[in-house]
Design a protein around this ligand. Structure first.
Ligand SMILES: Cc1ncc(COP(=O)(O)O)c(C=O)c1O
Length: 381
């Protein structure tokens, strides 16, 4: 099929999938290792004719996940990993070595912040955190800077990074760009298409989509692709075949889910932008022609009774994650950003009345009505 739409591409991969018995679904190759009938057969692995040797180094299910995401982002290839965190770590270590420096946006996911600030320091890789935006990245570049790191849409205030500008700054200065594209997914944003070098995902979120798998993916062109693969093998950061299979299964509905989830989010953002009890609505306005994402963050007016709000949400549960098919809420001040002192939280715009809403695939009106009910309840005397 020539140039299929994204919705078709997530269902029909271009890269052939290993299905020797012509099963419609890919079998789960739940095997840690592969067998060889002769020394010549074994030799064929090293000459590239026999694809698999040992699952930490490659497995049909894990390869299927990586190659599918790579196809959607227009990359040479993709590596599936055990989690979003390991995709980020493997990507960073693929390009940085002891003595190197990175510039990173301060408002990246809390776990990524700690990975960059604490773990990378142990490898002798230093990091400067900046407010985001090109001027702040440019000002922090040093002679030993190697990497510019950010997220296509940050959390919880949903700042949209200008990826094309970041990529051209990096190219001018000979640096590598790594972008976490978890929030918009390739349905909305394809970082490599605007010059970014490496795109990473927590596939635990929208790619898997059903809150039943922890997974990561890094996609890139050469020379980065092979380097990331080597890091994943050396670090043992591979994903299990079953988890990869679950993520692939979930990913086939990525386009459908994102379409509905973005529509629900648009409705939520629109409704609350005029509601008196709501102080601020954070929602991107020009992220992509397909939509503006499925996360909306709001702050309620001062005086909202937050325990009452969360209890009144009934079927909308508090979930310290995002992106499942069910609408859920999280409370950044006590969950995702708990480790940050209040003063630091304030700098990121996080307040006691801030709620991050991960919109699901339910009927728009049901989601809006349930949230509205809880907001009104939280101000009742
Ligand atoms: C933007 C972003 N990147 C990375 C991660 C880490 O992913 P994982 O939990 O799959 O390791 C998360 C997790 O919440 C995230 O929100």
């Amino acid at each position: 099929m020539k140039n299929p739409s994204f919705q078709t591409a997530v269902v029909h991969p271009k890269v052939p999938v290993v299905r020797p018995t012509h099963s419609k679904a890919t079998p789960i190759y739940q095997s840690s290792v592969f067998t060889f009938h002769s020394l010549a057969d074994l030799e064929s692995y090293y000459t590239g004719e026999h694809s698999y040797l040992y699952s930490r180094m490659g497995n049909p299910n894990t390869d299927e996940l990586g190659s599918r995401v790579a196809e959607w982002e227009g990359a040479d290839g993709g590596i599936a990993t055990s989690s979003g965190m390991s995709a980020i770590l493997a990507s960073l270590l693929a390009v940085c070595k002891t003595g190197d420096h990175m510039v990173a946006a301060r408002d990246v996911y809390g776990g990524s912040y700690h990975l960059l600030a604490e773990e990378c320091a142990q490898f002798g890789i230093s990091v400067s955190f900046v407010e985001g935006g090109i001027a702040s990245f440019a000002a922090a570049i040093r002679p030993n800077t190697k990497v510019l790191y950010s997220e296509s849409v940050t959390n919880p205030v949903l700042r949209v990074e200008n990826l094309a500008e970041l990529a051209s700054l990096a190219k001018e200065r000979g640096l590598v760009t790594i972008i976490d594209n978890t929030f918009p997914t390739p349905y909305l944003v394809r970082p490599l298409q605007v010059g970014i070098d490496i795109s990473v995902h927590s596939a635990t979120k929208y790619i898997g989509g059903h809150s039943d798998v922890t997974a990561g993916v890094a996609v890139a062109n050469e020379p980065y692709l092979s380097k990331i693969r080597q890091k994943v093998v050396n670090l043992g950061a591979n994903i299990s075949p079953f988890e990869a299979w679950l993520a692939v299964r979930g990913s086939k509905t990525l386009a459908l889910r994102m379409k509905q989830q973005c529509a629900v989010a648009e409705a939520v953002a629109r409704e609350f932008s005029t509601m008196n009890e709501v102080q601020t609505v954070y929602y991107p306005s020009n992220l992509s022609p397909q939509g503006n994402g499925a996360i909306v963050t709001i702050t309620l007016q001062e005086g909202a009774n937050m325990p009452v709000f969360f209890e009144a949400l009934d079927w909308i549960h508090i979930v310290p994650s995002l992106a499942g098919v069910e609408t859920t809420v999280s409370y950044p001040t006590v969950a995702s950003h708990r480790a940050l002192p209040i003063a630091e939280q304030k700098k990121l715009g996080i307040t006691e009345t801030m709620v991050r809403i991960s919109c699901g695939i339910e009927e728009q009106k049901d989601v809006v009505d349930q949230l509205k009910y809880a907001i009104v309840k939280s101000f009742e005397k």
